[in-house]
Design a binder for this molecule. Sequence first.
Ligand code: ZN
Length: 449
Amino acid sequence: MAYTEPMLNHERFCNAIRIKTLWPEGASKGEREAPLTAFQEFLATAYPAFHQTAEKWVLSPYSVIYHWKGTAPTGKPVLFLAHYDVVPVEAEKWSVDPFGAEVKDGYVYGRGTLDMKSILIGIMEGAEVLCVEGFQPKEDVWFAFGGDEERTGLLGAQNTAAWFKEKGIRFSWLLDEGTPIGQGLFPGLAAPMALFGIEEKGFLSVDLTVRQQPGHASQPTAVQAAAVLAEALVRLSKKPFPFALTPAIASFFSRLGRLMPGFQGWALRHARALGPVFFKAVAGNATIASLLHTTLAMTQLEGSAADNVMPSAVRGVLNLRLLPPWTVERALTFVKKAVADDRVEVSIHGQGNNPIPANPEHAKLAGPGWIAMEAALTETVPNVPILPFIMVAATDSRYFKDIAGGIFRFNPFILDSKEIALIHGHDERVSLENLNRGVRFYTALLKRL
Ligand SMILES: [Zn+2]
């Protein structure tokens, strides 16, 4: 039975979890960086055979790069991305020590067990075993691990990508964390299906600000800033971003439709031909709608600090997830047009990311890396259907879009919606079964390169 094979070495994984590579609020630079450096050093001692084989560069506590030279490279190097930082914890809400790596009921508990030390360690376990066996890949294989993905990736992934660009290194394709092998995510479909995140949505927050003369609430002005903002928000809610099928999502629905019986399956298979009829039918389903257009969420409202003081400004914040081809700039113009009121200032809040469209070949279940990914997964989880998908959260891979021919965002774990909800949540845990599955997947994949 493939799924009950013994763990290759789950003690190494537990030790990785025990290193507190989190970003506590208010921590000094030194406090933040010490565990990141400790993690880099842990890898060197835990995986000696790989470290004897591969060349390593430590750019900073936030970036470590490995080069595993190919025996007969054809100029198509492959990159594996991962991050070793984790999000903070509310320890009192956990039933176990979040950094204890306790094993119970077939699960390893701890922050980072899903997101994403399980992936990083899966890659390292695969590489180590293969090095011990004397295996060498044919192509050049690179690993790049980052220490600030959960913040911005500016210190880690961004610098790493710049390092590769400077050296003129381009990748045939890369694999980063992403969407899993989902189980029971779609009504009527209980069997697991692998979701390859070949496309990534962009991110944009927008400030809407209306200013006015501040003063005592006993003498309000005839036209109030809050009402102006409210009207703008109502206009926005009546003008959603248009629905469209990107090639990746069109391919996803058509594959999903083949797995679904009856009318539902037929409608999904014909989503493109049905066009507006299909969009209208699914518009009320938030999950499906999020795959079909740029979403706009009204997340924050701010006015006066006191109940009897007129605010000098009221502010609303919108959070947008951009579907290709909606860039930050285009989306901002769309919002301004929908607001249609010069009294409302529209500006970018923080930093936005443009969406990353899929390699068009990937949408057709082909293109750089597809065959290797498919074969490795089929070997690990026989007969699992593979569907192209879109990643709605940002990953480090976005910094590599100009130097990779194709990007996969994928977790080789079978997860249901309850387990997916544990990512960044309390009592985050990964099953030993999934941990094993990950090691087997990365080993199978590395062997094909
Ligand atoms: Zn992550």
